[in-house]
Design a protein around this ligand. Structure first.
Ligand code: AVJ
Length: 320
């Protein structure tokens, strides 16, 4: 491959090549969400074992009034990092509107189609709510927001335990970055999955219907499709681990026999021995105390936790 070809590789191609070249192979979970991956993630969210979604929905129902109180009645921009399907956020929006809150809804997402679907939904349900999406990655979007002249209070939602896809150290870096785009008084409401019975955690990432396995394997299909790969999906197995000390749940894909994988679009090949793992995701779990430490380390004042009834999950409210 020539140097000029190298420099025009897509971010996806570059990331896959880097990850598969490492001694401990890894692929980033941020590439899971193509259209098939997003479908599979919806299936996961509807599995009874995947407790996270319902736990956070319960929290959103119960915390809305208190979250609104924290704005002290000032008009605000409701900024959401990662629009998703917006179901949970609608629980907040309807309660905010009922309480007479004045706010605009500004979801941030990389996916234009996710934002436009969400926009249709919002316009149908609340035609007068100002819907002002930003199609960009988190930091570019926050940057754009930062340079806009408006001085309204910001309430930033970071739902879904998406922060769990970062290691604790990376999470602090990410949240510090968010902090730098905010102003005194701004609020951050972040979903964290909590340390709990390891059997409950493992079951959430090992659903018997096999959606999680299919979700992870879809990353190999995506490489096949977009980078001309020849992964044989039936030769790969999903494997989940959970370390109750560190709180890291990790997803791996392992080949049942030796494999040589050719990525024809980027003219590279990779050898795998039998059962050589590729780490594809980390889903980090925390204690409430650890989360308070992260608030401090990333420059926020911790205000309070909102937990679900089983104490499986928290949305933690912080202020600049
Ligand atoms: C969307 C990152 C919160 O880690 O629990 C679900 C993604 N992966 N099942 C998680 C996921 C496998 C999920 N997050």
């Amino acid at each position: 491959m020539t140097v000029s070809q190298t420099s025009t590789l897509s971010a996806f191609a570059q990331d896959v090549l880097d990850g598969l070249s490492q001694e401990k192979r890894r692929l980033s979970s941020k590439w899971f969400y193509d259209s098939r991956g997003s479908e599979l993630f919806k299936q996961i969210m509807s599995c009874p074992e995947y407790y996270l979604t319902e736990a956070e929905a319960e929290i959103y129902r119960h915390s809305a009034a208190s979250l609104y109180e924290a704005t002290e009645g000032q008009p605000f921009d409701l900024i959401e990092l990662g629009a998703g399907d917006g179901t949970k956020t609608q629980l907040l929006i309807e309660r905010f509107l009922a309480a007479g809150a004045q706010f605009t809804y500004r979801p941030i997402d990389l996916s234009a189609s996710a934002l436009s679907d969400l926009g249709k939904l919002i316009k149908l349900r609340w035609p007068r709510l100002e819907f002002n999406p930003i199609q960009a990655d988190y930091f570019e979007a926050l940057d754009r927001l930062g340079s806009s002249t408006g001085s309204r209070l910001r309430v930033v939602l970071f739902p879904g335990a998406n922060i769990g896809n970062f290691s604790p150290t990376e999470a602090i870096g990410m949240l510090r970055n968010v902090r730098n785009f905010l102003r005194p008084g701004d609020l951050l409401f972040t979903g964290f999955d909590l340390k709990k019975d390891p059997a409950v955690v493992l079951a959430a990432y090992n659903d018997p219907a096999g959606y999680t396995a299919a979700f992870n394997l879809n990353l190999l299909s995506r490489i096949n499709r977009e980078l001309g790969g020849d992964f044989k999906l039936d030769c790969w197995r999903h494997w989940e681990t959970y370390d109750p000390v560190t709180g890291a749940a990790r997803s791996f894909l392992l080949p049942i026999e030796p494999q040589t994988i050719v990525l024809s679009e980027v003219q590279r090949s990779f050898q795998f021995r039998a059962w050589e793992p590729i780490q594809v995701e980390i889903s980090q779990k925390y204690t409430l105390r650890e989360i308070e430490g992260i608030a401090d380390a990333s420059g926020f004042d911790f205000l309070r936790h909102y937990c679900d009834g089983r104490a499986y999950f928290t949305d933690s409210l912080w202020q600049v």
